[in-house]
Design a protein around this ligand. Structure first.
Ligand SMILES: Nc1ncnc2c1ncn2[C@@H]1O[C@H](COP(=O)(O)OP(=O)(O)O)[C@@H](O)[C@H]1O
Ligand SMILES: N[C@@H](CCC(=O)OP(=O)(O)O)C(=O)O
Length: 373
């Protein structure tokens, strides 16, 4: 039987002291808890921030006054120190760790996605704890996750985890930014992430954090739509991980969606970047949304963007409403050529699927976003 798989994401705010520098004591507490879970038979993947904080400490640089290349340099210095600390502390519990550094483009590419999955699978089977962070050195804007909450949710998706735990400096999602609103209350259970919750989720709570509650909600959305339970809890809570797996009602629980999608469709919706748009007529909209058809050339009315065959594109109605996403079997240039031939009344030589049903996902955006296959 597959062991329960848990992705634990720990933010910089939970790994640093009041001086903004890495706290050995905090890392010790975390590793001891993860080691206990491993010994109980759970398999844990740790998504750990803290590289920048560790690097700044070593170099004596101030976070407020550094440029992006300096931040990336600090991360490069700090990542080694961080992983070394984890390696030593986990070794005290007889646990081997592995370092995995990722960027968004690694997840977007289906082949690399599968290689990450296979590597994680192998590590977990051997009882090794993978420790994941964004590869900050190469992460320019276009390929960045930018925050480790989103990275955590995509790792949970890649690893087909049962649970994603976001450990932070606050004990859950509140009805408003707690530092700005003394009346804010903690929400203990969420079945649907509402627009009101999204509005109330503010940015980071300290100089060391990135994204705040906003990116945690994005992460919760991605994971719950993929059938994964999400917890946001305070890392300072004693035995927090043990309490969570025992079903304690601490923190905020985001329940997985009953109509959650799995596997490839989940990756397509959440893990990929759209490279263009294909607009389709009403007949094609009906074939895709009411029936189980593939997208054929005659239903296409416009093609936007420049993409190669194999790219993930958005499918929209002629009015611009997004219908879904899929893998295009033709490049934008070929599709535009075929479209011109169609418009000039020529018989189309190619009636093959432009997007095959197996590589297409229909997105219904209703109250709180509902996804169906
Ligand atoms: N609605 C909200 N509920 C709870 N916390 C919120 C909310 N809006 C903003 N926050 C802030 O989000 C912070 C946690 O995110 P962040 O600073 O990015 O930490 P981390 O380093 O753990 O990712 C909290 O300290 C809190 O001040
Ligand atoms: N990759 C960066 C962390 C970025 C990040 O998301 O930070 P946080 O919001 O504290 O989880 C680092 O290791 O410092």
């Amino acid at each position: 039987m597959k062991q329960q798989r848990i992705v634990v994401k720990v933010g910089s705010s939970s790994l640093t002291g009041t001086n903004g520098l890495i706290s050995l004591e905090k890392i010790q507490g975390l590793t001891a808890q993860i080691a206990q879970l491993q010994n109980e038979g759970y398999r844990v993947i740790l998504v750990s921030s803290g590289a920048v904080a560790a690097g700044l400490g070593k170099l004596g640089w101030k976070r407020a006054s550094i440029t992006m290349p300096e931040k990336q340099a600090a991360s490069a210095v700090g990542q080694g120190l961080l992983i070394d600390t984890y390696a030593q502390l986990f070794a005290e519990h007889g646990i081997v760790i592995a370092q995995v550094l990722l960027t968004r483009s690694d997840i977007e590419d289906r082949k690399r996605f599968l290689h990450i999955r296979n590597t994680l699978e192998t590590l977990l089977q051997h009882g090794i704890v993978p420790i994941i962070n964004e590869n900050d050195t190469v992460a320019v804007e276009e390929i960045r996750f930018g925050d480790n909450d989103t990275l955590g949710s995509l790792v949970a998706l890649v690893a087909e985890a049962d649970m994603l735990i976001l450990l932070t400096d606050i004990d859950g999602l509140y009805t408003a930014h707690p530092k700005k609103n003394p009346d804010a209350r903690r929400i203990s259970d969420v079945w649907e992430i509402t627009e009101e919750m999204e509005r109330s989720a503010g940015g980071q709570g300290s100089d060391v954090g990135t994204g705040g509650m906003r990116t945690k909600l994005t992460a919760a959305k991605i994971a719950t739509h993929s059938g994964i339970l999400v917890k946001i809890a305070a890392s300072s809570e004693p035995d927090v991980l043990q309490k969570i797996v025992s079903g304690d009602t601490i923190g905020t629980t985001f329940h997985p969606k009953p109509d959650s999608i799995g596997g490839k469709k989940s990756w397509m919706i959440h893990g990929t970047r759209v490279e263009g748009t294909i607009a389709i007529d009403d007949g094609a909209v009906e074939a895709l949304t009411e029936h189980t058809g593939s997208l054929l050339m005659p239903g296409i009315v416009a093609v936007e963007g420049e993409f190669h065959e194999g790219a993930v594109v958005e499918i929209a109605s002629a009015k611009g409403e997004v219908i879904g996403k899929g893998v295009a079997h033709f490049s934008a240039w070929d599709l535009k050529l075929l479209l011109e031939q169609k418009k000039s009344g020529q018989t189309l030589r190619n009636l093959h699927e432009v997007i095959h049903r197996n590589e297409l996902v229909i997105i219904k955006e209703g109250n709180g976003h509902v996804y169906t296959g």
